[in-house]
Design a protein around this ligand. Structure first.
Ligand code: ASP
Length: 469
């Protein structure tokens, strides 16, 4: 501590690497939430970099600020596509009103910030540049508001804006990618003395035009910043206490998993499991920076830490579930001997823009698993195309499948959990439609009818996780 004070006082290099914390939309949704952030940041002097999202929903029925901003940019089409009748004028008021309420709730002087926001909303930019600029304003003004609030609490804090420090990105205005020089500029922020509040989700092109990342992109800003600063940890603060062993909606007693590897979280990430932007991990993985998923509303919970490596203490660590899947089954004599059959089949899916998940094969048959929604409007033509090009002897489509995937590093070289899983489902008379062991051997997939998926998940949780405790 003394050494730390000494080096700081001499403006020498810092002794400890910083913690980069990113707060998602729900964590910055209103003044009360922002006060929680202040307490969290104050709780550890290493939390020197704070990446913020735009304000999310604070009440049910409310929409996220970013959605309102995109609605303004798209002349109302954004909400119309979701069958909501909200005009751009309504969205404009909603954005201004949201920031005005936050500013009032925090008790800061926000006249200047609100004036600048209103001017930005009337930008004369056009096309994608306009959409990107408007979409970025939620993060931009939130960072400025939060920095102002921190200062009003006697904290040494400032907004560090991508347009000022040079978070350089490509000219793909609505799906920008970070350019190498951005990392140097981000690393240079380490010299700042106080707390840097950084708006997530956007950067600037070489011509200083704003370009946004894909939706949920504040996670990317946080991950890139953690990488550039070689942070000790990237804390991702959200509204859940980490990654759960199974969907808590079905298994209320499911606990947050304390440690997971990057590989495991990839396998666990399915619709119900998506707690953050997975691309944000890649940079952290490269430098072995742990990512800690934490809950702003329950700051004492330790959450889940995602690491490059961990000790596999248990067989199964969590169970993922992917609903609404379908498989297309083909049978053809001598299929296995026909060179290029699988490639031709997958090319047909590619031509239809359909992502394929698993494809178990055998001598004379193959099944391809897809997201059922991807077949909407195209199954008829897809089947026709397969019949014409590959002439199968038989073809069938099975709908409404759930793929349940137990995951754990401890599965490698230990097949007992697979036996246990199948035995437990058998005892409960739950028919299995498909089994597939992943090549990595750290997970396996069981396909069952969606109607019994809740029961199956409960049985597998009890057998593979609860009994193993
Ligand atoms: N505000 C942006 C969005 O809603 C980015 C983010 O929150 O990460 O997608």
């Amino acid at each position: 501590m003394l050494a730390d004070l000494f080096t700081q006082a001499n403006n020498g290099p810092r002794m400890t690497k910083p913690i980069v914390c990113k707060f998602g939309g729900s964590s910055v949704a209103d003044a009360d939430q922002i006060r929680k952030i202040r307490d969290i940041v104050q709780g550890d002097p290493d939390r020197r970099f704070v990446v913020v999202s735009a304000p999310g929903r604070s009440a049910s029925g409310e929409h996220k600020v970013t959605d309102h901003l995109i609605n303004i940019a798209t002349a109302g089409a954004h909400f119309r596509d979701q069958r909501l009748d909200l005009t751009p004028a309504h969205s404009r008021n909603a954005v201004i009103d949201k920031f005005a309420r936050i500013i009032k709730g925090l008790g800061i002087d926000g006249e200047e910030i609100l004036g600048a926001l209103k001017r930005d909303l009337d930008t004369d930019l056009a096309d994608d540049r306009r959409t990107a600029f408007l979409a970025s304003r939620g993060e931009h003004y939130n960072a400025r508001v939060i920095a102002e609030f921190f200062r009003s609490c006697e904290l040494d804090a400032q907004a560090c804006l991508p347009e000022e420090f040079g978070l350089r990105v490509t000219r793909d205005f609505l799906d920008a990618k970070v350019l190498p020089e951005a990392y140097e500029n981000m690393a240079a922020l380490d010299a700042e003395t106080g707390i840097c509040i950084i708006p997530g989700y956007y950067g600037v092109t070489e011509a200083d035009e704003v370009a946004v990342f894909s939706r949920g992109g504040s996670d990317l800003t946080g991950g890139d910043l953690a990488y550039a600063l070689e942070a000790q940890t990237y804390e991702n603060w959200t509204d859940v206490s980490g990654v759960f062993e199974a969907d808590p909606g079905v298994i209320p007693e499911a606990r947050a998993i304390p440690r997971l590897t990057f590989k495991e979280i990839r396998l666990l990430s399915s619709k119900g499991f998506n707690v953050f932007h997975l691309n944000a991990m890649l940079r952290c993985k490269e430098r072995k920076i742990p990512i800690n998923i934490r809950n702003t509303n329950s700051p004492d919970a330790l959450g889940t830490v995602i690491l490059n490596e961990r000790v596999p203490e248990e067989g199964i660590v969590g169970i993922a579930r992917l609903d609404n899947m379908a498989y297309i089954y083909l049978q053809k004599d001598m299929l296995g001997e026909e060179v290029g059959f699988t490639a031709s089949l997958l090319t047909i899916f590619q031509d239809f823009g359909i992502n394929t998940y698993h494809y178990p094969t055998d001598k004379d048959d193959i099944a391809v698993l897809v997201d059922q929604d991807d077949l909407l409007g195209s199954i008829n033509d897809l089947r026709r195309s397969i019949e014409k090009k590959l002439k199968p002897d038989f073809m069938d489509v099975v709908y409404n499948l759930s793929i349940i995937t137990p995951v754990g590093l401890g599965l490698k070289g230990n097949s007992y959990p697979i036996v246990d899983a199948l035995g437990a489902l058998g005892e409960a008379h739950i028919p299995i439609e498909m089994i597939d062991q992943a090549p990595s051997q750290i997970c396996f997939h069981i396909g069952i009818n969606q109607a019994v998926a809740d029961d199956a998940l409960r049985i597998l949780y009890d057998k593979l996780i609860k009994e193993a405790i």
